[in-house]
Design a protein around this ligand. Structure first.
Ligand code: FAD
Length: 368
């Protein structure tokens, strides 16, 4: 399988530098940063080479996602949205749609994916957005909320009801009837461009409809599988950043005449952080292996990876704040950001409770 460009991490380092805190405080990532990564195909690196992408494996992209996540969770969130949009188009689209959209996503345009609505959060079956055929066009009507990266996006993949089933539709952000309104001051991943999206009689060619007529929850599960694994790898990045900050601080800072690391109760936090990072990494590696081998277990493995990694990241970030004490109590500090960002990972792409319900159903249905 193709490899990521050898300088991909260095490229991210150069772009992010020490600016993640500044972006967090401003609630924005500069457009040129996002475009530079998008133009090199790095925001959706699994798009096949035949469609203009880098065509790397889930495992390689996962490790890269963790790396970006260790530097800036907002940037990683944009990456998750871009990858999820590309995956949805890849899975639900026909060859013409692949040719139309995937090279754009691998070549510099930005995308978001919109499922959630005011009354449809965990329960996406309550979705009311409609995609109605009208001659050789479709008309999209509805209200989406909390769409990550929508503020930056050129195109928004909107999921809605279509006849007796569901579909996704690729909506240009500039289409008449589309209103994108930023979520004011989100508590975490503040620079990820979260926005509410109103769709007032948005008229599009029928060729923009992906997977028309599929059962809603099947379509949602297909799209979310990528998002869950990407978020899980992002949580591995949060854990690595927290472990790094905590161990450096615990070695350097002295209290009661010795380094913090030599106080056993502080050492326990470090041990728990390392354990969490390792557990999350192994779960993500397993899910990516399932993904790369096309195993039917990939959907459940992605839920498992997301569930474990998000919980570990939230606990690990809290432990890191505890180890750093007041040193982490500055708004925008890497560990303080991780604490806010990690908590949100327990809410999205299927909250902790929703992942537990999926895993419980899976456990009940297991035959061996
Ligand atoms: P609710 O569904 O109201 O749930 C509230 C609480 O109740 C949660 O703890 C939940 O686990 C629990 N709960 C609900 N039902 C059950 C149940 N049956 N059993 C047990 N517990 C239950 N949406 C998009 O479409 N695209 C995006 O890109 C996107 N990005 C997001 C980014 C961020 C930072 C955030 C915060 C949200 C984002 N969302 C996005 C929305 C996200 O998917 C929803 O917030 C999520 O699905 C939870 O829905 P809710 O917030 O309405 O909570």
């Amino acid at each position: 399988m193709p490899e990521l460009p050898a300088d991909a991490r260095e490229f991210v380092d150069d772009l992010v530098g020490d600016r993640a805190a500044e972006w967090d405080l401003a609630g924005l990532i500069p457009d040129d940063v996002l475009r530079s990564l998008a133009t090199r195909g790095l925001l959706c690196a699994e798009v096949p080479q035949a469609s203009g992408g880098l065509g790397v494996s889930s495992a390689a992209n996962g490790e890269f996602t963790a790396y970006v996540g260790s530097r800036c969770s907002s940037l990683r969130s944009v990456m998750t949205s871009q990858g999820m949009a590309a995956w949805t188009i890849q899975r639900l689209g026909n060859p013409q749609q692949h040719a139309e959209y995937l090279p754009k996503l691998a070549g510099g345009q930005l995308a978001a994916v919109a499922f959630s609505e005011p009354a449809a959060g965990s329960d996406l079956s309550a979705m009311t957005t409609t995609i109605e055929p009208d001659g050789d066009a479709v008309v999209v009507r509805g209200q989406k909320v909390w769409t990550t990266a929508a503020h930056y996006a050129d195109m928004i993949v909107v999921v809605g009801r279509y006849g007796s089933g569901a579909a996704a539709v690729v909506v240009p952000a500039s289409a008449p009837g589309v209103t994108v309104t930023r979520v004011p001051r989100p508590s975490g991943c503040r620079a990820a461009g979260h926005a509410d999206v109103r769709l007032d009689d948005v008229r599009l060619p029928a060729s923009a409809v992906l997977g028309g007529g599929q059962p809603l929850m099947l379509l949602v599960t297909t799209a979310l599988a990528y998002g869950r694994l990407s978020v899980a790898w992002g949580c591995v990045g949060i854990l690595r950043a927290c472990l790094d900050a905590a161990r450096h601080h615990a070695r350097a800072r002295q209290q009661f005449g010795r380094p913090l690391a030599q106080h056993q109760l502080v050492g326990r936090h470090l041990a728990n952080l390392l354990t969490g990072e390792q557990i999350a990494t192994r779960m993500c590696e397993h899910a990516s292996r399932c993904w790369d081998s096309g195993s039917p277990d990939m959907v459940v493995a992605s839920v498992l990876a997301k569930q474990v990694s998000a919980v570990q990241a939230a606990q690990g970030a809290a432990a890191a704040v505890q180890v750093l004490g007041s040193a982490a109590a500055h708004e925008g500090h890497a560990v303080e950001r991780a604490y806010r960002d990690a908590k949100l990972m327990e809410l999205i792409e299927g909250s902790t409770e929703i992942c537990q319900l999926i895993l419980s159903d899976h456990a009940v249905s297991m035959t061996a």
